[in-house]
Design a protein around this ligand. Structure first.
Ligand code: BGC
Length: 349
């Protein structure tokens, strides 16, 4: 079968390879891949900056934002042939650490977790894959291809859960949220904020185009410019860019008793001028909570599946703005100005 593979840490090594059928050791559920979303992590892997091949192998099959249709599954299990499913990305470490032992692999403590399509475990960008029933999540059939948004939505479902848990250390009744970045993660974070009944604001660089329109059509407010000139003192900020200056702007701009959740992975090497004393002073005197958030466990995938099931299909459809056939995979990896979420269609239905 065909698979998009890469030699991790080697820029320009991506190719459409002919690989063996998925190994039975990956699990008894056989899935036909329909589509795979491309995100910043994939581009980082493709640029040679991130990623690990499976032990004993030179190449890694890419793809962690998946959507597939079950071809075979054990009788009486949670999924059956014909179901539309998404594969969970991370697998618990083998030790396991205290968190992986209770299936909170997203909080793995020893770093020995694996991630499909990213770290030591082949991904989903192949014509078929195998998986164990406990690592597939069923998607509302009416979503069709839009189910490919489940994995990025699981990442923001976890971020919102962290916000609530940190906020819940005291009386917590948030009213306003600011999202920095109107990429897929920022827009999905905004969607979940609106679903929670919050007054949601999104800030990004673009002054016009599809991103402001998507924010507006969600019933949220779009800003371009400086964090300080957007919504005043929000209760929640979800930072979705990883841009160092925005991270610090978020920490100094959040309201008293507010929570900042950081979801963007920075590349490092960007030194900025910050008045750490003033920042520390305001964070302490205003009980500001700052929390990092990565990955998602099964609970977050299920919350994400529920959020997508009740989202407007037309709005989600505009998020997936480019669909590229597997044969033309290179086109999916080059960002175009109005791109939000680009997907590769592996076996279009
Ligand atoms: C994925 C996460 C993963 C993270 C770090 C993100 O793009 O969505 O599942 O944990 O990269 O590898």
């Amino acid at each position: 079968m065909k698979a998009l593979t890469v030699v991790p840490l080697k820029a320009g090594s991506a190719e459409l390879s002919e690989v063996a059928e998925p190994p039975e050791t990956d699990g008894p559920v056989l899935v036909e891949t329909l589509a795979v979303g491309i995100c910043g992590t994939d581009l980082e892997i493709l640029s040679g900056a991130y990623g690990w091949a499976p032990p004993g192998s030179e190449r890694l099959v890419l793809g962690h934002e998946s959507l597939g249709r079950v071809l075979e599954a054990p009788a009486g299990g949670p999924v059956a042939a014909g179901d539309l499913v998404v594969g969970i990305v991370r697998r618990p470490d083998p030790v396991p650490c205290a968190n992986c032992a209770v299936l909170e692999w997203d909080f793995c403590r020893n770093g020995q977790y694996t991630e499909r399509g990213i770290k030591e475990h082949d991904g989903y960008l192949s014509e078929r894959y195998r998986i164990t029933p406990d690592f597939v999540v069923k998607v509302d059939a009416s979503l069709g291809t839009l189910g490919v948004l489940l994995e990025p939505t699981s990442v923001v479902a976890k971020a919102w859960e962290e916000v609530d848990r940190v906020g819940g250390r005291a009386h917590w009744n948030p009213k306003t949220a600011l999202i920095t970045g109107a990429g897929p993660i920022g827009l999905l974070a905004a969607l979940l904020g609106v679903q929670r009944g919050l007054d949601v604001h999104v800030i990004d660089q673009m002054a016009s185009g599809v991103k402001p329109d998507l924010v507006h059509d969600l019933g949220a407010t779009y800003h371009s410019g400086k964090v300080a000139d957007s919504c005043p003192s929000p209760d929640v900020i979800i930072e979705c860019t990883g841009v160092a200056s925005l991270v610090f702007d978020a920490m100094s701009h959040v309201g008293t008793g507010g929570v900042v959740c950081l979801t963007g992975v920075s590349s490092g090497g960007h030194v900025i001028d910050v008045d750490e004393g003033a920042l520390n002073r305001s964070m302490v005197l205003e009980n500001v909570g700052v929390v990092g958030s990565v990955n998602a466990n099964r609970r977050h995938y299920e919350a994400a599946a529920a959020a997508l099931a009740k989202a407007d299909r037309g709005w989600l459809g505009r998020l997936v703005n480019r669909r590229v056939p597997l044969a033309d995979w290179q086109q999916a990896l080059t960002r175009q100005p109005d791109d939000v979420k680009v997907i590769i269609e592996v076996n279009p239905e």
